[in-house]
Design a protein around this ligand. Structure first.
Ligand code: OFO
Length: 171
């Protein structure tokens, strides 16, 4: 059975994952409008993955005797100037998410809720991967600079990466 404090913290994380999904959906739409189809496909898939992260939390809260709450969301940003802005915003967002996850993990230890602590380790590992991927993509974009041919190849690489079968990591 979840304590009220842990239930609230997990519900906060439900909202954070939902916000991630919305933010990446908005970025995907921006990229699609710019003709960056590979980047758009990558971001649409990323948005779907964030929704799975949210669902995993909702199921856990309800299975542990809590009540998972679906809350309202703020509108995400819509105006990006460049593709590099997108990935910088994505990295900033993920860094904040990591901070939020660490706070939940910390609370689990304080409350001696080792079951939820164990469950949250999946999110800790996921954050390492997501931040690393965002940094790699920003490094590539910095190398490319204003080279249109480089940007074309970057976008195509993301298309290839995205068309690989999705790892169903959230289950
Ligand atoms: Fe859910 O991993 Fe990003 O936010």
């Amino acid at each position: 059975m979840l304590s009220k404090k842990i239930e609230e913290a997990l519900n906060g994380q439900v909202a954070t994952e939902a916000m991630s999904s919305q933010a990446y959906l908005a970025m995907a739409s921006w990229a699609e409008n710019q003709g960056l189809s590979g980047t758009a496909a990558f971001l649409y898939r990323h948005s779907d993955e964030e929704r799975l992260h949210m669902l995993k939390l909702i199921k856990f809260i309800n299975e542990r005797g809590g009540h998972a709450v679906v809350s309202a969301l703020k509108q995400p940003g819509t105006n990006y100037k460049t593709i590099t802005d997108i990935f910088k915003a994505l990295l900033d967002h993920e860094t904040r998410v990591t901070h939020e996850i660490n706070k939940v993990v910390d609370l689990c230890l304080k409350e001696k809720d080792y079951t939820t602590h164990n469950f949250m380790q999946w999110y800790v590992g996921e954050q390492i991967e997501e931040e690393a991927l965002a940094r790699t993509l920003i490094d590539k974009l910095n190398l490319i600079g204003n080279d249109k041919g480089g940007l074309y190849l970057f976008d195509r690489d993301l298309e290839v990466m995205t068309s690989a079968p999705a790892q169903d990591k959230a289950r």
